[in-house]
Design a binder for this molecule. Structure first.
Ligand code: SAH
Length: 339
């Protein structure tokens, strides 16, 4: 975890850096290309640089992780356990389809939010990730698939808005340095007071996704302990302002837990909450984790919930998570690996 890692730096920053080393400005462009396109893991590999300079820079960290473990689910989703420079481990997921390669990145090591249904929170929190440690995850998955990454979702371990500055820096680097369109980047949050307006100020064209999971305050606090400090009414009001400010619709994620939040009444209540809003609801049937005994509702129940929202003219889709068999699905990422 060093500030001086070269990854995550912009072309202008890299150009300054090479010039500080007494090198001509064009070496900045070369360095940028080797870091982001050629996947250089050490300056030693950058053969266009003079030998003597490379030798002098031997200890300069670039900021790449190593793959400690990889598992592949039958649906081709790949889950990686990555070892960072300080020995800490994080999980990253690569989700391929014919047209897309989506990377689900972690923004923290562990997570302090302790949502009842999520495996990541059960292991506690270690530290925030640096921007370059987020960018590295995307490069690592691209290299492993030997394919361009088209989409990135900040839905791995951690709460991105507790690490807003590094997340925004990573978003900008993924956009400008790696070349992924802002509209193909999604930041998902459980909602942290004051952070959504601050994110709106960045005027990014990314998608903001809110992990809502409940249609009323009492239920939300039961599932998401931090919800008590950020009433639903304030959260929704901040989201409405976010839409006004960025002209981007907000996505709401709603895990369906059998007998807990999945009745038609809950769906009605949710529809009321989101009325007159430029939004999209993603229903996520619960993925089992060992620590709690929630159940996934059956298909009829899920579809009935969806119909209520559709009747209320709310854009809604059901997201059956990929990678379930490799414990790589939403909510199944954890720091302490047994495999
Ligand atoms: N902390 C951020 C980023 C994580 S995103 C957030 O909460 O938005 C991971 C998504 O998967 C979140 O919507 C989360 O609530 C959801 N999730 C967590 N546990 C899950 C589970 N067991 N089954 C299905 N989805 C789950």
């Amino acid at each position: 975890m060093t500030e001086s890692a070269l990854l995550g730096k912009s072309l202008a920053e890299l150009t300054d850096w090479v010039q500080d080393q007494g090198q001509p400005a064009y070496r900045g462009k070369q360095l940028h290309q080797w870091l982001y396109q050629k996947g250089a893991r050490s300056l030693h590999e950058i053969t266009v640089f003079p030998k003597q300079w490379r030798a002098a820079l031997e200890d300069q960290p670039i900021g790449r992780s190593t793959i400690a473990h990889r598992s592949i689910a039958p649906d081709e989703t790949r889950k990686y356990l990555l070892r960072l420079a300080d020995g800490e481990m994080i999980e990253t997921v690569g989700i391929p389809t014919a047209k897309r390669l989506t990377v689900c990145v972690s923004s923290q090591i562990g997570c302090p939010m302790a949502c009842d249904f999520c495996a990541t929170g059960k292991g506690g929190f270690t530290r925030n990730l640096e921007a370059y440690e987020i960018v590295d995850q995307v490069l690592t998955v691209a290299e492993d698939f030997e394919r361009r990454v088209s989409h990135v979702v900040f839905m791995g371990m951690g709460e991105p808005l507790l690490n807003r500055e590094a997340v925004v820096k990573a978003v900008k680097s993924l956009n400008q340095d790696v070349g992924i369109g802002q509209r193909c980047l999604t930041v998902s949050t459980v909602g942290i007071p004051k952070q959504i307006p601050l994110l709106a100020e960045e005027k990014l064209q990314i998608t903001l996704a809110i992990s809502l999971h409940a249609s009323n305050q009492t239920l939300r606090e039961q599932l998401i302990p931090s919800g008590g400090g950020y009433p639903l009414s304030d959260l929704i009001a901040d989201c409405r302002k976010y839409v006004e400010r960025t002209h981007r619709r907000v996505t709401f994620e709603y895990i369906l837990l059998a007998g807990v939040n999945d009745t038609p009444d809950h769906a009605e209540e949710l529809a009321q909450l989101l009325r007159g809003f430029q939004t999209h609801v993603n229903l996520i049937p619960y993925n089992p984790i060992s620590e709690v005994d929630y159940q996934r509702p059956d298909k009829n129940r899920i579809e009935a919930f969806q119909s209520v929202l559709e009747d209320a003219k709310i854009a809604v889709s059901i997201r059956y998570s990929r990678g379930l068999e490799a414990d790589a699905a939403c909510g199944q990422l954890r720091v302490n690996q047994t495999q």
